[in-house]
Design a protein around this ligand. Sequence first.
Ligand SMILES: [Zn+2]
Length: 265
Amino acid sequence: MRYNIDIMQRENQDIATNNFFLWRFIVQNMPALLFLLLAAGGMMATYFFFTPAANGQASAVVLPDRQVILSGPIFKLLPARAVIQRFAQSLPPTRIAIISGHMNNDAGAVCDDGLTEAQVNLDIALRVAEQLRERGVRVLIFAEFDPRLTNFSGDALISIHADSCNYVNDLATGFKISPSPISDSETLYNCVESEYEAATGMTFHANTITPDMADYHAFRELAVGTPAIIIETGFMNLDREMLTVNAEKPATGIANGILCFLGER
Ligand SMILES: [Zn+2]
């Protein structure tokens, strides 16, 4: 019996000794063990934190816009401003103004049978406008003292008139043109002169240009820089047939002159 007790005591002693060595090992290596424990915890936390929720989808996430990643706005928000600059490629439409001489003002020259210059001018002006519009040119028909003349800015202005219906002499035939003394109108003048001559076969009648033509009121009303001319299409007496029955010819001459000026002929 004593023997048994001895054995039991020794076994208890052994267990105690083993426990003692284990604790001593733990205590002696505490810093290393703590480090390993923390490292393992950190790795697990990292793993579970960055693993997307398992929902059957691939774990790799493709973001729709790569700019979203690791970027933030680096621009400064400014209040919206009205755009006042016209882009170079968006040119304004071509604008040609035609004054139908004496329109909405008076009859102009009147023939014995009642034919008026205003009628003749309007007929030609409308034909010119129609021909130009067929070529895509934007045309405005103005009255003699049209309020739109004030500071009008366009590609060109042409005022259409005709000369007296009285018989003066056999030389009172032909057309004449006077350019604006304010804005450079030389190209417009040359174009209309040569095209009018070609279309009608009429001659330039230079020696009866009046101050009314040279200092025409509309020249002073336009915006500076808009080329302008006034044309007397012919004498209503000797050139009557050309200005009425054959009105399409003078109209073609003026329209072609404008197209020449616009570089479209
Ligand atoms: Zn007139």
